[in-house]
Design a protein around this ligand. Structure first.
Ligand SMILES: [Zn+2]
Length: 277
């Protein structure tokens, strides 16, 4: 019986491909024969993603990797890795480094990554005046536009610290406030194995992971980390791609919805120690 079926298979394949080629549905009786998925058919496995194709996070397992405080010194190497693995990320840029490393910012935009506004000098937004919040965000917005030709599409306040004043300014600028729900502790450990384990421990579907491109170990562990995340079925996308059914982040919206006190972020004396500018 099995032998008989096997013997018939080539004919079934030929028939199925002919019918698919003619635009007709393949016969249900030969559903096990390899065929191109018809429009209504659910592929058993997500089809291999074409390079640069848009990912639908309602259908596949997604995660958003985010990199703060850049463009850092090692952003070029990180961008090479992201490109090699056809992965999109979100960069929350600091205006002062956009000014000093405009070419990296430009590359991020050109290579399809999402850009966020992470202030100009990285102050704690709870501790500065309303006007200073506006100035930090507007000057960074301008620096990003100047370097990349694109405006940042979201705001991440330094240390995840903010109050209603930041939300108001974000709403006025038409931007959401984007936080995270999974840390890497890369700023604390600066160790490849520790970062790898911490990211995998915090990885979950539609998660937003916080990392820093000024930490050398974050950049060097990235190929290994991306390979493992892919093996676990994750698609790495920009934050805005996590939203389902064509939904968009709204001005003043806080996403993902996490409590500020639960955010684990670097202490204020640990920010961007790499920079000599
Ligand atoms: Zn930061």
């Amino acid at each position: 019986m099995a032998r008989h079926q096997r013997a018939r298979l080539p004919l079934a394949v030929a028939l199925a491909s002919t019918l698919v080629g003619l635009g007709a549905a393949a016969p249900a009786a030969h559903a096990d024969a390899p065929k191109k998925p018809a429009k209504t058919a659910k592929p058993a496995k997500p089809a291999a993603k074409k390079k640069g194709a848009k990912v639908d996070c309602a259908k596949v397992k997604c995660i958003a990797l985010t990199f703060d405080d850049g463009p850092g010194k090692y952003a070029g190497k990180l961008l090479d890795t992201l490109k090699k693995y056809d992965v999109k990320a979100t960069f929350f840029l600091e205006g002062q480094y956009v000014k000093s490393r405009p070419a990296f910012a430009k590359r991020m935009a050109v290579e399809g990554h999402e850009l966020g506004n992470h202030s100009y000098t990285h102050p704690n937004f709870r501790e500065i005046s309303d006007q200073e919040i506006v100035d930090e965000l507007k000057s960074t917005h301008d620096a990003v536009v100047k370097a990349t030709g694109k405006a940042p599409t979201m705001i991440r306040p330094p240390y995840g610290e903010f109050d209603s004043r930041t939300v108001s300014v974000a709403a006025e600028m038409g931007l959401p406030v984007v936080l995270w729900n999974g840390g890497s502790r890369d700023w604390a450990t600066k160790n490849e194995t520790a970062i790898y384990k911490e990211v995998l421990r915090n990885a979950k579907r539609d998660g937003v992971i916080l990392m820093h491109d000024w930490v050398p170990a974050t950049v060097t562990v990235m190929p290994k980390l991306l390979k493992e995340l892919k093996r676990q079925g994750y698609h790495m996308v920009g934050v805005s791609s996590l939203l389902r059914n064509g939904k968009k982040l709204q001005p003043g919206e806080i996403y993902p919805q996490v409590k500020q006190e639960e955010l684990e972020s670097p202490p204020e004396d640990m920010q961007s120690p790499e920079d000599g500018t």
